[in-house]
Design a protein around this ligand. Structure first.
Ligand SMILES: NC(=O)C1=CN([C@@H]2O[C@H](COP(=O)(O)OP(=O)(O)OC[C@H]3O[C@@H](n4cnc5c(N)ncnc54)[C@H](O)[C@@H]3O)[C@@H](O)[C@H]2O)[C@@H](O)CC1
Ligand SMILES: [K+]
Length: 463
């Protein structure tokens, strides 16, 4: 899987320092970043007058480079710089700029506003003067572009440090993705995202974006067992189990077996249903992954079935009702295990495992470490945390996914990817992308049944 890295401010600074140590000066990096960003501004502006708002740091420095690049191409451009540059690179970039330079944004009009007031160095909310100027300029320009990050956004969290920040048509990330590019609420205001490479190397321990996976075509001598037998443990509510099974059947595994005595109505012919005792059916050594939770119920029988599913020792996906029933001590050390909670289930799990941490990401990490499970905390802002500290962020998926049953589909896809041989973290990353892609292919207003059927198309898109 070729996942892009997502860096914290500290990691980005270390990456830039590594470039500098390898012989590229800050000024050269700023030229590469600024000219790359100017290319996008030029395309979006398409000849319309541009106003660049420049702050005191290197984000402002990028603004001077962008403005000078556009000016040299003959575009109408002006800079508003309420604060003089503080860094050497920004001072040099300002010296090299030969165009119109204003210290106040009062009465300034134009069509395209380029926000280079603050980037990843923003340390506190914008002052009253700066936020008023930004809002005012934003109102008087029809198109807004943010360079690296919209001013007022906290890079590492995606939190908005000021109220009523403007929204943007385009955000041009410099060097690497930052958390704010993919985390809510910041992501919502950024418009389209583009990344300008500046030669940043892979950073050890960096979070990754769960991008499009590389799904292999089955080997020419493949058969159903080499492609993995996925056992879905059923329970009192066969509909949810059926949805998960339908999705699993289309996500790459060779064989999906539903272990239940609660028979669904009209199951597909390709789904094998085994009604024998769970203890016996889970003893099949060919089982490559187990899914437990969708449609399990929460009664005594559900408890027993969950315990048996875990005790069989196979790689396991735990979802839905099973997450509410799960207690510390039930899990076996070092068993490959993926939990896929939505917000309510995530809170229940955190309570059960006595997790207290300042935010959702920290909770996911702590829960992963304490429980030994990979945690796929799903929702509009999905993230995946592994016990060894790996973290993946899901790119946005269509909000049409907000219907009943889509979580069962996600769990089915993840179990299928685990049956196909993926370890839980990779299976989770693949599953969130495939789930989002299936939703994109469904278009608007689909049902979870439609989504499960669309998983084949998502796999086709990832071959
Ligand atoms: N360092 C580098 O090598 C590169 C940096 N780049 C750019 O540099 C940016 C980061 O540069 P900086 O670290 O200088 O950060 P910023 O340009 O975001 O500005 C930080 C400066 O503003 C001050 N500041 C922070 N919050 C403030 C607030 N609310 N009100 C008033 N002043 C405030 C800080 O004390 C600091 O002086 C990136 O976002 C990117 O645009 C790019 O040019 C690529 C290369
Ligand atoms: K900015």
């Amino acid at each position: 899987m070729k996942n892009a890295q997502v860096l914290t401010v500290a990691q980005m600074q270390a990456a830039e320092q590594a470039l500098i140590d390898a012989g590229t000066s800050v000024d050269e990096i700023m030229q590469i970043a600024g000219r790359g960003a100017a290319e996008w501004v030029w395309r979006v502006a398409a000849g319309r007058p541009v106003t660049v708002l420049c702050g005191p740091g290197n984000n402002g420095g990028d603004g001077y480079v962008i403005a000078e690049t556009l000016r040299q191409r003959g575009d109408e451009v002006q800079i508003v710089a309420p604060i003089t540059p503080k860094t050497d690179a920004a001072k040099n970039a300002r010296r090299a700029y030969k165009g119109v330079l204003l210290s106040s944004g009062k009465d300034v009009t134009g069509q395209v506003l380029v926000d280079c007031l603050f980037g990843s160095g923003l340390a506190r909310p914008l002052s009253g003067e700066h936020i008023l100027m930004l809002r005012d300029l934003a109102k008087r320009h029809t198109v807004r572009i943010a360079v690296d990050l919209p001013s007022g956004v906290e890079s590492d969290s995606g939190a908005l440090l000021n109220e009523r920040l403007p929204d943007y048509r385009l955000t041009i990330a410099l060097g690497a993705w930052k958390f704010a590019h993919w985390r809510l609420p910041a992501r919502e205001m950024m418009g389209d995202l583009r990344l300008i490479p500046i030669g940043v190397a892979a950073i050890e321990g960096a979070a990754q974006l769960a991008g499009k996976p590389d799904i292999p075509v089955p080997a020419s001598d493949a058969h159903k067992y080499t492609r993995g037998l996925c056992a879905v443990v059923g329970g009192a509510m066969p509909g949810a189990t059926l949805l998960a099974s339908q999705a699993a059947m289309r996500a790459g595994t060779g064989y999906v077996k539903l272990l239940t005595h609660h028979l669904p109505t009209n199951p597909p012919a390709g789904l094998v249903i085994d009604q024998a005792s769970l203890e016996d059916t889970l003893g099949d050594h060919r089982i490559a992954s187990v899914l437990v939770g969708p449609g399990l119920g929460r009664d005594r029988e559900a408890d027993d079935r969950l315990a048996m599913a875990i005790d069989c020792g196979k790689p396991i996906v735990i979802d839905a009702d099973a997450l509410v029933l799960l207690k510390p001590g039930m899990l076996r050390a070092d068993m490959p295990c993926l939990a896929t909670p939505h917000d309510g289930e995530f809170e229940a799990l955190c309570r059960a495992f006595a997790i207290v941490a300042p935010d959702r990401q920290a909770c996911a990490f702590a829960l992963a470490k304490t429980s030994g499970m990979v945690i796929l905390a799903k929702g509009p802002d999905t993230l995946i945390a592994a016990p060894d500290g790996r973290l993946a962020i899901a790119p946005p998926a269509p909000s049409w996914l907000s219907v009943a049953g889509t979580g069962d589909v996600l769990a089915g896809i993840a179990a299928s990817r685990m049956a196909s041989g993926r370890e839980p973290f990779d299976a989770a990353c693949e599953a969130v992308w495939l789930h989002g892609e299936a939703a994109r292919q469904c278009g608007p207003a689909f049902s979870a049944d439609d989504l499960a059927l669309a998983v084949s198309g998502a796999i086709a898109a990832a071959l």
